[in-house]
Design a protein around this ligand. Structure first.
Ligand code: FES
Ligand code: FES
Length: 914
C-alpha cells in the first residue's frame, strides 16, 4: 500500500506519495508552481531557496520531501496577507534592500524566522540569522537596516507605509519593480515555464585543450524521450560569437580550448532524460597540453589559435620616460598580481525560446542587451534579424557578466530546428565554468617623483589573461592601459599592455571594466611613494590629481566634472574626524585610494540610445531598452520621465527590453545608461509634449493659447488647467520618439602627446567618474584575519537623481571591492574548477559588510542629463586598494598578490622576520 505524506504549505495541506525523492524546492516550483523560492545553486550554498519549516529558516534545495511528513512550511508567497505587504517586505523596499531581487525572497524568509523569535535583534543576531544568504548586489547594509526597521514597527505596533510618493531628484525613490520581487512573483527567466517545452542539456568538453577527432551522437539520440541532438553541423549560419572578435564557437568541432566549450545539445521532452542522454554523446579527443599560466602564453609553443596566443598588444607613450626617471628624486617599483574573479550573479543563466503569436522566434532570457543578442542569433541562424524577438526578463544580477550569450543561441537554434519551445537553465557549476570572468592581470609598475611629491615619470607593463576566447578582452586591456597611471597628471609615460589567451575560462567585462586592476597597482605604488617621501597619502594624491584642464595620460584635456580633489578633501575630513578604535589583539590601519572610470563606450564607438514615449489613458508610457539588472536604471528612467512630464515616477508605465516593442539603446555597460538613455528620454518626452501641444492647438478653444506647462498630472494652458485624464479624452493617444547620440570620441593613439592642446574634442571618453575612499581595517595579531571595520567614500556623480539607487551602488560596489581585496579568486586547472562554490570563490557574506559612510559630489558634466553621470562601476574600484593600503598601515606588510588571505599575511610576516 502506498504511504501518503502530508505537508502544510502557506496554510494549505497537500498530500503526496510519489515525490519522496524530490527536494522541497523542486516540489514548490515544479509541482505547486510557487516560484518565489529561487534556485541559485541547488546545493545549499546561496540561501536563495530559503523557506520556513516548522518555525526555522531552511534551504529548501537540500530538503528531501521524504523528511517533511507533517511539516508546516511558509514560503514568500504566504507572507503578504489580503494583498497587504508584510512589514519586512515594505522595509526592504523603503530601505533599498532590493536590487536584482533574486536573493530577496530567501533573505526575507530568513529575516522572518529571526523576527518570529526575536523582535529586538542585535547586529550579531542578524548576521547569524542571515549567515546562509548571499546577496551580491546590495552590500548587506540596507538589508540590516530593513530588518531593524521591520522589527521596530512590529515591536512598537505601528504600520509601515510604502514610500511610494517620493519621485523627485535627490530623493530616496523606491524601485517599483521591487514590489513584485519582495512578493516572490514569477518574473525571472526560470520562473516562466512554457507548456510542452523541450529541455536542453549541453555536452561540454572533457579537456581544457584538445583536438576533436569525432563526435558520435547515435546512442544519445536513441535514448527515451530524446527528440534531437544538435552539433556544429546543425548551425545554419556563423558557428561563432563574441563581443568584438567573433572567435568562440557555438559548438566546438575541430578543437576545444577550455572545459566550458560546448560540443552538443541534447533535447528531450523531460529534463532527466536530457541529462542522462547527454552522457551518451561520445567524443574522441586528441589531448593537447594546456596553458594556464599567462606569463608563459605569448612565447609558448602551445598555440590556442593559428595566429598565436596574443589577443591584443598596445602601448602609449607620452613625453620622455628616460628624462622623467632621470629627474626623479625617488623611484618606487613593484609587481602586483591579481586573480581572475567571478561575477557571482545569483540567478543562473536561463532561457526559454519559442515562436510567439506573430511567428517570431522569441528568446525570453536575462541579458545586458536584447538587441545585441538578437543580432548575434540572426547571424548564427542565418535568418533576418526581424524574424527574431529577444525579451529580457528581470535579470538577477549581471555586473558585466551577461554581455554575451551563454545558452541563448543554443536555445534559439533548437526552437528554430524543432519548432518547439525549448528551455535551458544552467546549473551553478556550469555557470562558473562557462561564463566570463574578470581578467587576472600581472602589473609591473614604476613611478618616479620629485621630493615635493610631484610624479614625473610612470612606466607600466600590464599582462592580462583573457582565457580561451576574446570576449571583450581587447577593450578591457585598452582600459587597463588608459587608466594605468591612476587619476593623476603625469608628464612622462610609457605603458605597454598585452592580453593573452590561455585555456582558462574566457575573461571579459566586469564592473569597472579593466580600470580596477590598474587602480590597485597604481594606488599601492602611490602609497609607497607617499611613505618614501614622508608625505600624507591624501596630500600626494592632491598634488598629482587630475583637474579641469589637465591632460590625461591618454592625451585628453578634461573639460568639466572632475571631482577628484573635492573627493579627497571630503575623505580627508571624514578620516580626521574618525577615532581609531582600540581592540584587543588587533592592529588597526587606515588606507586611502582614489579612482577614475569612464562613462560610456568611448574610443570612437557610436554611443546612442532611443526611446519611445506614449501618452496613453492618463499617464506616460516609456518604452526603453536599458537593462535593469538590479542597479536601478528603470527607476532613474521613471524619475527623468516624471521630471519632464510633470508626474510621479511611480505613475509611469514602463516597457523595457523587448526588441519588438522598444528601440535599440545598446548594451547596458560602461555606466552609460543614465547618460544616454536619460538623454533619449528627455528628447522623447520633449517631442511628446510638442506633439500634445500641437494636437490641443487644433481644438477651437486652444488655438490661440500661448503658454503650456506640464505639471502635477495636469497641462496648464494659460489660465486653465486640464487633468491628464481629460487631456487624453480630448486628444487621444500620442506617440513620440527620442533619439540621442552622445558626443563623439576618438580612438586611443600610441603617441598621446596630443600635439595640439587646443583640440578640445580630442575625447577618448565623453565623461569620467571620480572618487576617493578610505578603508579602516582590523588585523588580528594571532590569526592574521583582516576585518574591514569602516569605509568612507566620496564620489562625484554629476547630479544626484535617485539617492537610494546611488546608495545601493556605493554600498554594493564597496562590498564587491572588499571581496576582491580579501577573499575572491577563481581558480581552474585541466581537471576542473578548484574554487567550485560560492564559498570557495570568496563572495562576501553579511558578516563581512563594513559600516559605510559616504558623501556625494554634484559636479555636473556638460551633456549628461541634468549634468548626471552613471555611478554603477567606480564604486568598487578604489575599495580594493584602500583595503590593501590599510593592511600595510596596520601591519607594515605589503600584499602584492591578491586576495589578501590570512595565510599570505602570515607567510609574508614570517619571511620579513627572517
Ligand atoms: Fe538552495 Fe542555493 S538554491 S542554497
Ligand atoms: Fe541580492 Fe541581487 S539583490 S543578489
Amino acid at each position: 500500500m502506498e504511504n501518503n505524506f502530508s505537508i502544510e504549505i502557506n496554510d494549505k495541506t497537500y498530500i503526496y506519495s510519489s515525490n519522496l525523492e524530490m527536494t522541497l524546492l523542486d516540489y514548490l516550483r515544479e509541482e505547486l508552481s510557487l516560484m518565489g523560492s529561487k534556485n541559485g545553486c541547488g546545493n545549499g550554498q546561496c540561501g536563495a531557496c530559503t523557506v520556513i519549516v516548522d518555525g526555522k529558516a531552511k534551504k529548501s534545495c537540500i530538503l528531501k520531501m521524504n523528511k517533511l511528513n507533517n511539516c508546516v512550511v511558509q514560503t514568500i508567497e504566504g507572507l503578504s496577507k489580503d494583498g497587504k505587504l508584510h512589514p519586512l517586505q515594505i522595509a526592504f523596499l523603503n530601505c533599498g534592500a532590493v536590487q536584482c531581487g533574486f536573493c530577496t525572497p530567501g533573505i526575507i524568509m530568513s529575516a522572518k524566522a529571526l523576527l518570529d523569535d526575536n523582535l529586538n535583534p542585535s547586529r550579531t543576531d542578524i548576521n547569524k540569522a542571515l549567515s546562509n544568504n548571499i546577496c551580491r548586489c546590495t552590500g548587506y547594509n540596507t538589508i540590516i537596516e530593513a530588518v531593524n526597521m521591520a522589527a521596530k514597527s512590529i515591536r512598537e505596533n505601528y504600520e509601515l507605509k510604502l514610500n511610494i510618493d517620493k519621485s523627485g531628484f535627490n530623493e530616496e525613490v523606491i524601485r517599483k519593480d521591487g514590489i513584485l520581487k519582495v512578493m516572490g512573483k514569477p518574473i525571472f527567466s526560470d520562473d516562466l515555464p512554457i507548456k510542452d517545452s523541450l529541455y536542453g542539456e549541453l555536452v561540454l568538453s572533457e579537456y581544457a585543450h584538445a583536438n576533436i577527432i569525432s563526435i558520435d551522437v547515435s546512442e544519445a539520440i536513441k535514448f527515451k524521450n530524446v527528440i534531437k541532438v544538435l552539433t556544429y553541423k546543425d548551425v545554419p549560419g556563423d558557428n561563432v560569437f563574441g563581443i568584438i572578435s567573433k572567435k568562440q564557437p557555438v559548438f566546438a568541432f575541430d578543437k576545444v580550448r577550455f572545459l566550458g566549450d560546448t560540443i552538443a545539445l541534447v533535447l528531450a521532452s523531460d529534463k532527466k532524460s536530457a541529462i542522462e542522454a547527454s552522457k551518451l554523446v561520445k567524443i574522441k579527443y586528441q589531448e593537447l597540453e594546456p596553458i594556464f599560466d599567462m606569463k608563459c602564453s605569448e612565447h609558448s609553443n602551445i598555440k590556442l589559435f593559428d595566429d598565436g596566443n596574443v589577443l591584443k598588444k598596445l602601448s602609449i607613450n607620452k613625453g620622455d620616460i628616460t628624462k622623467g626617471f632621470e629627474e626623479s628624486d625617488v623611484i618606487v617599483e613593484d609587481t602586483i598580481t591579481l586573480p581572475a574573479i567571478d561575477h557571482a550573479y545569483l540567478e543562473p543563466d536561463s532561457v526559454y525560446s519559442y515562436y510567439d503569436e506573430n511567428n517570431l522566434l522569441t528568446i525570453s532570457t536575462q541579458s545586458q542587451s536584447s538587441f545585441d543578442f538578437r543580432e548575434s542569433i540572426a547571424k548564427n541562424l542565418n535568418i533576418d534579424v526581424n524574424k527574431i524577438r529577444v525579451i529580457t526578463n528581470a535579470t538577477g544580477g549581471a555586473f558585466g557578466g551577461r554581455e554575451e550569450p551563454t545558452v541563448q543561441i543554443h536555445a534559439a537554434l533548437a526552437t528554430y530546428l524543432t519548432k518547439r519551445p525549448v528551455h535551458i537553465t544552467m546549473n551553478r557549476y556550469d555557470v562558473l565554468l562557462r561564463t566570463i570572468k574578470r581578467h587576472g592581470e600581472i602589473l609591473h609598475y614604476k613611478y618616479g617623483a620629485k621630493k615635493n611629491g610631484k610624479i614625473v615619470a610612470f612606466e607600466a607593463d600590464i599582462l592580462a589573461d583573457t582565457g580561451a576566447y576574446p570576449s571583450a578582452g581587447e577593450a578591457v586591456i585598452l582600459r587597463s592601459v588608459l587608466f594605468s597611471s591612476g587619476p593623476y597628471e603625469i608628464e612622462n609615460v610609457k605603458v605597454c599592455g598585452t592580453a593573452v589567451y590561455t585555456n582558462s575560462v574566457p575573461a571579459g567585462a566586469m564592473r569597472g571594466f579593466g580600470s580596477n586592476q590598474p587602480a590597485i597597482a597604481s594606488e599601492i605604488l602611490i602609497d609607497e611613494l607617499a611613505i618614501k617621501l614622508q608625505i600624507d597619502p591624501i596630500e600626494i594624491r592632491k598634488i598629482n590629481a587630475l583637474k579641469v584642464g589637465s591632460k590625461t595620460i591618454g592625451g585628453q584635456i578634461l573639460q568639466d566634472s572632475v571631482g577628484l580633489n573635492i573627493s579627497l578633501d571630503i575623505v580627508k575630513k571624514m578620516v580626521e574626524n574618525y577615532q581609531k578604535p582600540i581592540l584587543e589583539n588587533k592592529k588597526i590601519g587606515i588606507g586611502i585610494a582614489s579612482a577614475m572610470k569612464n562613462v560610456g563606450l568611448g574610443s570612437a564607438m557610436v554611443d546612442s540610445a532611443a526611446v519611445i514615449a506614449e501618452f496613453i489613458d492618463d499617464h506616460l508610457l516609456l518604452k526603453i531598452s536599458s537593462v535593469d539588472s538590479g542597479q536601478g536604471s528603470d527607476t532613474v528612467a521613471r524619475q527623468i520621465g516624471a521630471t519632464e512630464f510633470g508626474c510621479n515616477a511611480n505613475d509611469i508605465e514602463l516597457i523595457a527590453n523587448d526588441t519588438l516593442l522598444t528601440l535599440d539603446s545598446g548594451v547596458t555597460t560602461a555606466s552609460r545608461q543614465t547618460y544616454v538613455t536619460g538623454n533619449a528620454i528627455i528628447k522623447a518626452v520633449s517631442n511628446l509634449k510638442n506633439e500634445i501641444i500641437a494636437r490641443i492647438k487644433l481644438l477651437n478653444n486652444y488655438n490661440n493659447s500661448k503658454e503650456f506647462v506640464f505639471k502635477d498630472n495636469h497641462l496648464f494652458i494659460d489660465n486653465e488647467q486640464i487633468s491628464y485624464k481629460l487631456l487624453f479624452k480630448l486628444i487621444g493617444k500620442v506617440v513620440a520618439e527620442g533619439h540621442y547620440i552622445a558626443p563623439k570620441t576618438v580612438p586611443l593613439q600610441e603617441d598621446t602627446n596630443n600635439p595640439n592642446d587646443l583640440i578640445e574634442d580630442y575625447n577618448l571618453h565623453f565623461a569620467y567618474d571620480f572618487g576617493t575612499q578610505a578603508a579602516v581595517v582590523a588585523v588580528d595579531k594571532i590569526t592574521n584575519e583582516v576585518e574591514v571595520l569602516k569605509v568612507f567614500a566620496a564620489h562625484d556623480v554629476g547630479k544626484i537623481i535617485n539617492k537610494l539607487g546611488i546608495k545601493g551602488q556605493i554600498e554594493g560596489g564597496i562590498v564587491m571591492g572588499l571581496g576582491y581585496a580579501l577573499s575572491e579568486e577563481f581558480i581552474i586547472n585541466e581537471k576542473g574548477i578548484i574554487t567550485n562554490s560560492f564559498k570557495k570563490i570568496g563572495v562576501p557574506l553579511i558578516k563581512d559588510a563594513p559600516e559605510i559612510k559616504f558623501q556625494l559630489i554634484e559636479n555636473s558634466t556638460k551633456n549628461g542629463p541634468y549634468g548626471a553621470k552613471g555611478i554603477g562601476e567606480i564604486t568598487m574600484v578604489p575599495t580594493t586598494p584602500a583595503i590593501i593600503n590599510a593592511i600595510y598601515d596596520a601591519t607594515g606588510i605589503r600584499i602584492t598578490n591578491l586576495p589578501a588571505k590570512s595565510n599570505k599575511l602570515k607567510n609574508k610576516k614570517l619571511k620579513e622576520s627572517l
